[in-house]
Design a protein around this ligand. Structure first.
Ligand code: TXA
Ligand code: MG
Length: 344
């Protein structure tokens, strides 16, 4: 099949993309977080194609993308006031809520769970496509399963050229890491995945937040977890990734002492001069964490090359969006972290 490349700014794009979705096809869509691989979320045959194209495990449910808070009750029931408060504060935007699912949502979309994840993306063309299609769009990140997420149309083309009907090119994604996921189906709200909406922002609205253990630690692949996607090896280049924490100088000392031919250093722009002889790649500025989240997946994809033996990575500290960057990088590193202050 020939994969159509549609520009987000072309006046016919929303109609063309919506027609493909309605006919049961796949369209990669831009969002402010990452590109999604979209299909009619109410059509089991269309949803099955997403799993096939990505090579995604069947037990990993999809997020339903909607036009706004007014659509929550179409697909969810027993909706707490907190869901509307969060939607009011952060939609359209990088926040996904897990709520009890209505039976109209097919089992393959929810992977058989009684709940559904729902979000309203901050991309005008994508919301227009959802409106025009007249159905919620199920869309995981468009990467092949296990690989770093797709933050440009070129990334999507690389993974799916000839396998999907179309890609809507909306330019590079602003946030660059996937949406924050909060589960509202229990007594206390629970953070399942950190993202562009920070824990601090959620607590500002909810007054309370439990951090799920899948956010902070490696989860066994047979474990029963709230967000099934969190237990799989994720976001990772082919080679081993090792996070080196500690001060700038101590980390550089450690990396220089261990660096071997074929290795790469993934660092902050401010650190490039320190690694001039270590084939460094910067993913953004430590002093501007938004550039780190926006640049992380492009950098990880560049490092996903058989010629790279090992990646030494520098990771930002602190809360806010840095918390999401830490989460993705630690998962890419399978939680291998060296403290350069303690190691030689
Ligand atoms: O920013 C995003 O959320 C992007 C864009 C395209 O919207 N989408 C995305 O989808 O990251 P995906 O499939 O790569 O990640 C969805 C995560 C998975 O970890 C999945 O297990 C979890 O959401 N999830 C989906 N439905 C769930 C549910 N009912 N309960 C708990 N977790 C759920
Ligand atoms: Mg994903």
């Amino acid at each position: 099949m020939k994969t159509l490349l549609l520009s987000a700014t072309h006046p016919d794009t929303a109609k063309t993309a919506a027609q493909i979705i309605k006919a049961g096809g796949l369209v990669a869509l831009p969002t402010e977080t990452v590109y999604g691989l979209g299909a009619d979320g109410l059509n089991p045959d269309a949803v099955a194609k997403i799993f096939e194209a990505k090579g995604r495990p069947q037990d990993n449910p999809l997020i339903l993308h909607v036009t706004g808070a007014e659509q929550i009750e179409l697909f969810c029931h027993d909706i707490p006031q907190a869901a509307y408060d969060l939607a009011e504060a952060f939609w359209p935007g990088p926040l996904t809520m897990v709520l009890p699912a209505r039976s109209i949502v097919p089992k393959c979309t929810t992977a058989g769970l009684p709940t559904v994840a729902i979000r309203c993306p901050d991309s005008q063309v994508t919301r227009e496509i959802i409106r025009e299609a007249g159905v919620p769009i199920a869309a995981p990140s468009a990467n092949i399963s296990g690989k770093p997420s797709t933050t440009t149309a070129a990334h999507v083309l690389h993974d799916h050229d000839g396998k999907i009907e179309a890609i809507v090119d909306g330019g590079p994604c602003r946030v660059g890491v996937e949406s924050t996921i909060v589960d509202l189906t229990e007594e206390r709200p629970r953070l399942l995945r950190p993202g562009g909406i920070t824990p601090e922002q959620l607590i500002g609205i909810l007054g309370d937040l439990v951090i799920d253990k899948a956010v902070t630690a490696q989860i066994d692949k047979d474990a029963v977890v709230k967000a099934p996607g969190m237990k799989y090896r994720h976001y990772a280049p082919q080679c081993q990734v090792l996070i080196v924490s500690g001060s700038r100088q101590k980390a550089a000392d450690y990396i220089h002492a261990h660096f071997a031919p074929g290795d790469r250093v993934l660092c902050f722009a401010e650190e490039l001069p320190l690694y001039a002889d270590c084939n460094p790649l910067s993913y953004g500025k430590e002093s501007d964490v938004a550039t780190l989240s926006a640049g992380l997946f492009s950098a990880l994809r560049e490092l996903d090359d058989p010629s790279v033996q090992r990646v030494y990575a520098r990771c930002p500290v602190g809360g806010g969006v840095a918390y999401a960057v830490q989460n993705r990088l630690k998962k890419a590193a399978a939680f291998h972290i060296i403290d350069a202050e303690e190691s030689k």
